[in-house]
Design a protein. Structure first.
Length: 252
């Protein structure tokens, strides 16, 4: 493609950057990430779930992962705050008998004290003290989180000098918060792994979706930087960055 054709193609990806739930199928096979984390979040969650477990998924997205657990619906609860996903949850979770509550404040979850044996949270917001309140004695909180350094090298490529949006999200800092809230840490791990894009259009779509990491990103604003990425892909077959993840399992 020539430069004008690239711009048109990338603008098309920019315009298509909308998701339903947390669905990245639009760029499936055009990028890779999270295939080599040193832990398996799903397996860890499943290891703590029993049929009689009272389970809460905070920031459930569209409920995709929660439903994959096949836990008894009457013992399953969820929260979500992103308006399009709230609508989706009401359409998919509520008719099944799952207890759903709209909530965008992790410090004020609308469920009673000590209601849950297990609270899970993957890539959502949380508050250690509020999580403590929600759990029964002996209850567990399992979370996999996106760390503060996530995609920082990719952000620097297109928006140099952009500060990290969540500088507190590092394992050592979060571990101290949970311990201060009274939790016993059962498991704590941190990892930095590759994220790889095989075409610039996939990156454009991704960066527009991840607007909190790439504030103000657009094809027009970052066109010269995107052309540099295009040259990297033509030379190397990919553009690579780094994801940052951490895992905490904490017991009340």
């Amino acid at each position: 493609m020539n430069i004008d054709e690239l711009r048109v193609s990338w603008k098309r990806e920019e315009d298509a950057a909308h998701i339903h739930g947390w669905d990245f199928s639009h760029i499936h096979d055009r990028y890779t990430e999270e295939h080599d984390l040193p832990w398996d979040y799903e397996a860890i969650v499943r290891s703590y779930v029993r049929d009689d477990t009272e389970l809460l998924d905070i920031d459930t997205g569209g409920g995709e992962f929660l439903l994959s657990l096949n836990h008894p619906h009457t013992r399953t609860s969820a929260t979500e705050g992103y308006p399009p996903n709230v609508i989706l949850c009401r359409e998919t979770l509520v008719p099944l008998g799952i207890h759903f509550a709209e909530c965008d404040n992790a410090a004020n979850i609308p469920f009673r004290d000590g209601a849950f044996d297990l609270v899970i949270n993957r890539h959502g917001d949380y508050d250690a003290a509020e999580t403590w309140r929600l759990l029964r004695p002996g209850g567990l909180f399992v979370t996999e989180q996106v760390g503060g350094a996530n995609d920082a090298d990719l952000v620097e490529m297109v928006l140099p000098g952009t500060p990290q949006p969540y500088p507190h999200l590092y394992l050592d800092k979060q571990r101290r918060e949970f311990e201060a809230a009274g939790f016993e840490i059962i498991q704590a791990e941190e990892a930095y792994r590759p994220i790889v894009f095989y075409d610039v259009g996939a990156f454009v779509w991704f960066a527009r979706i991840m607007e909190w990491e790439f504030p103000g990103f657009s094809v027009d604003r970052c066109f010269d930087q995107l052309l540099t990425m295009q040259q990297m892909i033509e030379r190397d077959g990919e553009v690579a960055g780094t994801i940052h993840r951490f895992l905490i399992v904490a017991k009340k």
